[in-house]
Design a protein around this ligand. Structure first.
Ligand code: KG4
Ligand code: ZN
Length: 331
């Protein structure tokens, strides 16, 4: 059973072929143009998706070593994401399914980030907790089965990846700044204490942290114009330290509250070395198990869409040609 999966929710155009629930190919066309603007420009993203989608789908089919005639179902990201971007993948998937008379499966992007854990072995058993951290989302999810998930906590404002990217912008780092902060943090010491956001229960907030970093930098640069240059690694280490501390504190709290001892991370920020090391250390201390997907399944990709679609296919959960994308919500 072969599924063609399409992902186009933000700035990556992705396609994958899934065979009996496992990826045979996972192709992504990154849109480098957004670096010039220091962030994703929705209109530019949508146009680039239109240029990329046919070659990316072709590459996924070729790499899987199959032909179009072998495909049994078409899956696509319905939301959440940028409307213009989602429309390209949705329209393509619908047209493909219509032309070849194939069943159509709509997939929620956040559910798919969690289901990326099932692209390969080993995968967590149910129930488990998943911290999904990306440029657009920060959520702690209780996962009871492939299609049954509950959000236990989420951010009230900025996402964790957004916090990395916005802090990096203040430091003059290229977008997306998360990987640069991670790299620089490894050479520094977290000696600048940024205040920890105080949010009740399992929620998150990163916009106050962004403001405190901004004021801290303004004050220091006023006294010493070379402050950032001279202390870049230590500033990055301090920013990463506070973000990772907050994320792991809430994940630990969720585990204690639910009694669930299997912790997973997903989304682009799960590539962060501080988060990975912190999660390992936490689980070693508490006797819990942790799961981190391979990097290509952490960032936005179509394999995770196809893996989720496989479980929907087994459940007979298909959609019609009338289905429209959604910008917010879902799961
Ligand atoms: O999941 P993803 O590829 O796309 C979204 O759905 O947003 O995540 C991208 C985010 C960006 O904010 C990027 O800065 C962040 O993940 N990121 C990192 C690292 N690698 C990617 N943040 C911190 N450390 C990293 N190593
Ligand atoms: Zn994502």
């Amino acid at each position: 059973m072969y599924i063609l999966a399409i992902e186009s929710s933000c700035d990556d155009t992705a396609a994958a072929i899934i065979h009996d629930g496992r990826p045979l190919s996972n192709c992504v066309a990154n849109q480098e143009i957004h670096r010039l603007y220091g962030g994703v420009v929705p209109e530019v993203a949508s146009r680039a998706h239109q240029n990329n989608i046919v070659p990316v789908v072709k590459a996924a089919i070729d790499k899987a070593g199959i032909t179009m005639a072998d495909i049994n179902a078409v899956a696509f990201t319905r939301g959440p994401g940028l409307l213009g971007s989602l429309l390209v993948g949705t329209s393509f998937a619908k047209a493909f399914a219509l032309a070849r008379q194939l069943p159509l499966i709509e997939v929620d992007h956040m559910t798919a980030h969690v289901m990326a854990h099932f692209a390969e072995e080993p995968h967590p058993a149910f129930p488990f907790l998943c911290l999904t951290v990306s440029g657009g989302h920060t959520q702690i999810i209780r996962v009871d089965s492939p299609l049954s998930m509950t959000i236990l906590g989420q951010t009230l404002d900025d996402a964790a990846g957004e916090a990395f990217d916005k802090a990096g912008k203040m430091l003059g780092l290229e977008y997306p700044a998360g990987p640069h902060i991670d790299r620089l943090a490894r050479q520094g010491t977290p000696r600048f204490p940024f205040p920890e956001p105080v949010i009740e229960d399992l929620g998150f907030s990163f916009s106050g942290l962004k403001t405190s970093i901004l004021y801290f930098l303004k004050k220091e640069v006023a006294a010493n114009p070379d402050f950032i240059e001279q202390n870049l690694a230590d500033i990055c280490a301090s920013i990463q330290h506070i973000i990772v501390t907050v994320l792991l504190k809430k994940l630990k709290k969720s585990a204690k509250k639910t009694g669930i001892k299997q912790l997973a991370i997903a989304g682009g920020v799960s590539a962060n070395s501080g988060l990975r090391e912190g999660l390992q250390a936490l689980c070693a201390k508490e006797g819990w198990e942790y799961f981190i997907p391979k990097f290509e399944y952490c960032t936005d990709n179509a394999a995770m869409i196809g893996v989720t679609a496989y479980y929907k296919y087994l459940a007979g959960d298909f959609c019609g040609q009338e289905v429209a994308p959604y910008v917010r919500g879902g799961m």
